[in-house]
Design a protein around this ligand. Structure first.
Ligand code: PGA
Ligand code: ZN
Length: 439
C-alpha cells in the first residue's frame, strides 16, 4: 500500500529542471525521474513548466512538484491504492483527477513520475524485476520468449539537438548482426570510437564535440555527409553488412507554411523542399545506404504525405510526433495507413498504463513498436525494462556516451545477464527487430 508520496525539482541532462518522485510502501522507497523532449510533438501531453522567466529561464517545475506533493500524493494515499495489483487503477485515477484530455492541469510530468515510481513499488512488492512486472501488466503471454532489443544508437546529432547545420536530427547505428545485446553494445562502441577518429581526421579535433544525445555533431549539413562518415567508420571496423542505420529527421521542426520543408532552417539559408522532393530524398537515401528505419519523415499533421510515402516505403516507418504514444492518434494513423510503427515515449502520454495500451494497440494493428528516450534525459533506466517487457525488439537511447544514455544500455546488459543465469529463454532481436518472435 502507498503510505507517502513526495516530489522534488531535480535536473535533466540539459541542465533543466525536471520532476523526481518518491513513493513509500512497506517495502521501502521507490523513485522515478521524468525525461523531457526538445523536438516535442504538438499533440503530446502537457509538460507543466512554471513560466517564470526569472527562475531557470521559465523552465522550473515547482508547480508540477506541488501538484504531486499536495494533490496527487495525498489523494492516492487516501484511496489506499496497492501498486502491486493496481497500476492501471492508479493511472486511471490520476487521469481523472487531472480531468483534462492532455494532462494540462496537473502536468504529464507530475503524473508520469508517480506512475513510474508506483510501477517500481509494485515490482518490489511482487518480488520480481521491473520488466517482469511490466510484462504482466501489458498482458504479454508468459510462455513467449524474452527479446533483447537491437539498440539504435544516435551517433550523429543534428536538428535541434546540436549546433551544426544538419537539419536531420538523428543518424542511428543499429548492430543487427550481433548475436547478443552485449555484443551489439561492444560493436557499436567500436564504431563510435572509430567515428570520432574519422571526424577528427576530416574536420579536426574540435569537430568531435557532441550533441544532446551523445552523438557527434561535426560541421556537416547534408544527411549524405553523415551517412558517408558512418559508412567509413563501419567499414574500418570490418562491420559492413552487420550494421544498419536509422534516420530521424524530426521533420516537424522544419515544416513550413505552403507545405514545404526547410532543410536550411538552422543557418537560415532557406533550402525549401516540397513533399515530393522530400519523398525522393528519402527514397535515394534508402537506395544508397543500409537504412532500415525512418522516423518522422513528414510533419506531425502532414497526413497525406505520410500515406503517400507509406505506400512505397520498403522499411520500418515510425511515427513519433505523428502519434505521440496516444491511442487515438495510433488508431487514426492506422485508418489513414500512414505508417507501420509506433515510437513509444512514456512522457508523451503521461502514464505507464496508457503507454502500454498504445503499444498493445500498435501491435494489434500489425505494427512494430520502437521504445525511445528523450533528448533531455535522466539517469532513470525505466525504459530498458519496458522494452524487454513489451518484446519490442528495438529501442533508442542515444550514443554510447554520457551517463543518462548508457544507463539504459547498461541495464539491458544486466537484464540479459540475469536471464542467462536464470536459464530463461531469450533471443537478441537482430535482423528481425521489427517483428521479434511474436508476442
Ligand atoms: P526529443 O527528440 O526528445 O527532443 O523529442 C527525440 C525524437 O525526436 O525522437
Ligand atoms: Zn523522433
Amino acid at each position: 500500500m502507498l503510505t507517502a508520496i513526495r516530489a522534488y525539482q531535480r535536473l535533466d541532462s540539459r541542465g533543466n529542471p525536471t520532476v523526481k518522485v518518491e513513493v513509500d510502501t512497506s517495502q521501502g522507497t521507490f523513485s522515478a525521474l521524468v525525461p523531457s523532449g526538445a523536438s516535442t510533438g504538438q499533440h503530446e501531453a502537457v509538460e507543466l513548466r512554471d513560466g517564470d522567466k526569472s527562475v531557470y529561464g521559465g523552465k522550473g517545475v515547482s508547480k508540477a512538484v506541488h501538484n504531486v506533493q499536495d494533490i496527487i500524493g495525498p489523494a492516492l494515499v487516501k484511496e489506499k491504492f496497492n501498486p502491486q495489483s493496481q497500476q492501471k487503477e492508479i493511472d486511471e485515477y490520476m487521469r481523472k483527477l487531472d480531468g483534462t484530455p492532455n494532462k494540462a492541469r496537473l502536468g504529464a510530468n507530475a503524473i508520469l513520475g508517480v506512475s513510474m515510481a508506483c510501477a517500481r513499488a509494485g515490482a518490489a512488492a511482487a518480488k520480481i524485476p521491473l520488466y517482469e512486472f511490466l510484462r504482466k501488466e501489458a498482458g504479454v503471454a508468459t510462455e513467449s520468449k524474452y527479446v533483447l532489443p537491437v539498440p539504435f544508437l544516435n551517433v550523429l546529432n543534428g536538428g535541434v539537438h546540436s549546433g551544426n547545420t544538419m537539419a536531420f536530427q538523428e543518424i542511428m547505428l543499429a548492430p543487427v548482426g550481433a548475436t547478443s545485446f552485449e555484443e551489439a553494445v561492444r560493436m557499436a562502441c567500436e564504431v563510435y570510437h572509430r567515428l570520432k577518429t574519422v571526424i577528427s581526421d576530416k574536420y579536426g579535433p574540435s569537430a568531435t564535440g557532441i550533441g544532446d544525445e551523445g552523438g557527434f555533431a561535426p560541421p556537416i549539413t547534408k544527411p549524405e555527409e553523415a551517412l558517408d562518415l558512418l559508412n567509413t567508420a563501419v567499414a574500418d571496423c570490418n562491420y559492413t553488412g552487420k550494421m544498419k542505420y536509422g534516420i530521424d529527421p524530426a521533420s516537424s521542426e522544419f515544416f513550413r507554411e505552403g507545405d514545404q520543408y526547410d532543410l536550411g532552417f538552422k543557418d537560415k539559408t532557406s533550402n525549401l523542399l516540397s513533399r515530393v522532393q522530400m519523398l525522393q530524398l528519402y527514397t535515394r537515401l534508402i537506395e544508397h545506404y543500409p537504412v532500415v528505419l525512418l522516423e518522422d519523415p513528414f510533419a506531425e499533421d502532414d497526413w497525406d504525405a505520410w500515406t503517400e510515402f507509406n505506400k512505397i516505403c520498403p522499411i520500418e516507418l515510425v511515427g513519433d510526433d505523428l502519434l505521440v504514444t496516444n491511442v487515438e492518434r495510433v488508431r487514426m494513423a492506422n485508418d489513414k495507413k500512414a505508417c507501420n510503427s509506433m515510437l513509444l515515449k512514456v512522457n508523451q502520454i503521461g502514464t505507464v498504463s496508457e503507454a502500454m495500451e498504445a503499444a498493445n494497440l500498435a501491435f494489434k494493428q500489425g505494427w512494430s513498436v520502437f521504445v525511445s528516450h528523450r533528448s533531455g534525459e535522466t539517469t532513470d533506466d525505466f525504459i530498458a525494462d519496458l522494452t524487454v517487457a513489451l518484446n519490442t525488439g528495438h529501442l533508442k537511447s542515444g550514443a554510447p556516451c554520457r551517463g543518462e544514455r548508457v544507463v539504459k544500455y547498461n541495464r539491458l546488459m544486466d537484464i540479459e545477464a540475469q536471464l542467462k543465469v536464470e536459464h530463461k529463454s531469450y533471443i537478441y532481436a537482430g535482423d528481425s527487430f521489427s517483428s521479434p518472435s511474436k508476442r
